[in-house]
Design a binder for this molecule. Structure first.
Ligand code: F6P
Length: 347
């Protein structure tokens, strides 16, 4: 039975934007169920900001979010929208907010999603709250973003399988994981899989120092198979940077593997984990974090808050000003970098 609760909003929209992440559906479900519990109506906005511009919207009920907590992907679809970057585009979007009677929007995605939300709410009287969702976990204001745990476990499961055959054939394996500009996933997975070396976009790598030496010291210690984790955006120091068009789909991985073959004469294979890291049933951590954040986001809107982003800081779900949050840049954990440096010294 819905309780009679005082709400600052009557009807809210919910959307997912940017790269999808396992757990986004759990967040959408929590937004819908929390809102309906409070007597607030919910409108689903398909395809992110693009959908708001094109009125690709529909009323959501509990039946729309049944049996989705365990589903990867997003039932609201996602898309990136260049048009929303324009004032004209945001005007169209706001006109649809009025047409559908939206007082507020919960936007689930990354920094780009939040920038769009802020632009809309700075130009029009619509309240916005963000929920961090990206497998990169590179949203500076939150220690955790939905999808990260599931993506990491998907990668770890794949890498453990690759390790088996690399061990049998005494080969070197270069595994490329996602992370265009952020090495969080690569670092975390590198620790979890006991990698020989980990290459991240934040630290351009030197082949001798960051790869060859680590393989040699591992070999001297008796290792006869080697696992090199490479974030898709990792760049070589020597030639400055990878062209954008080689980022993703194995550009970085093959670049490292070619050098290992040429310089060390090792039998090497490349595995590009790619988009499988973005799918799959969300882990318990992602389901619970997403549900907690969706619940929190609706209550912020109901309490009349706006321009807030729900974050996880020091293990606690809280919220902060979105503008302040966007100023905070993703930093790789110094502690994890030190751990990787020690764990990959090969001795
Ligand atoms: O932002 C998440 C992410 O998966 C990145 O790790 C990756 O580089 C990018 O999205 C891929 O984007 P797309 O799915 O558009 O190819």
């Amino acid at each position: 039975m819905e309780k009679e609760m005082k709400n600052a909003v009557r009807r809210i929209g919910v959307l997912t934007s940017g790269g999808d992440a396992p757990g986004m559906n759990a967040a959408v479900r929590a937004v819908v169920r929390t809102a309906l519990y409070r007597g607030i109506e919910v409108v689903g906005i398909r395809r992110g900001w693009h959908g708001l511009i094109n009125a690709d919207m529909f009323r959501m009920t509990t039946s729309d979010v049944s049996h989705i907590i365990n589903k990867g992907g997003t039932i609201l679809y996602t898309a990136r929208s260049d048009e929303f970057r324009t004032e004209e585009g945001r005007k169209k979007a706001y006109n649809n907010c009025r047409l559908f009677g939206l007082d507020g929007i919960v936007a689930i995605g990354g920094d780009g999603t939040f920038s769009g939300a802020l632009a809309l709410s700075s130009e029009y009287p619509i309240s916005v709250v963000g929920i961090p969702g990206t497998i990169d976990n590179d949203i500076g204001c939150s220690h955790y973003s939905i999808g990260y745990d599931t993506a990491a476990n998907t990668a770890i499961e794949a890498i453990d399988k690759i390790r088996d055959t690399m061990q049998s054939h005494e080969r070197c394996s270069v595994i490329e994981v996602m992370g265009h500009r952020a090495g969080n996933l690569a670092l975390y997975v590198g620790i979890a899989t006991g990698a020989t070396a980990v290459l991240v976009p934040e630290e351009p790598w030197d082949f001798e120092e960051d790869v060859a030496e680590k393989i040699r010291s591992a070999r001297i210690s008796g290792r006869t198979h080697f696992m090199i984790i490479v974030a898709e955006g990792a760049k070589r120091k020597a030639d400055g940077s990878l062209d954008n068009d080689v980022v993703g789909n194995g550009g970085a991985g093959y670049q490292v593997a070619d050098l290992i073959k040429e310089e060390l004469g090792l039998d090497t294979r490349v595995s590009v984990l790619g988009h499988m890291q973005r799918g799959g049933a969300p882990s318990a951590r992602d389901r619970v974090t997403a549900t907690n954040m969706g619940y929190y986001a609706v209550n912020l809107l109901a309490e009349g808050k706006t321009n807030r982003v729900v974050v996880r800081q020091d293990g606690v779900i809280t919220d902060m000003d979105m503008t302040e949050g966007l100023k905070m840049k993703n930093q790789l954990s110094d502690y994890e970098r030190a751990v990787v440096k020690t764990m990959t010294n090969g001795y």
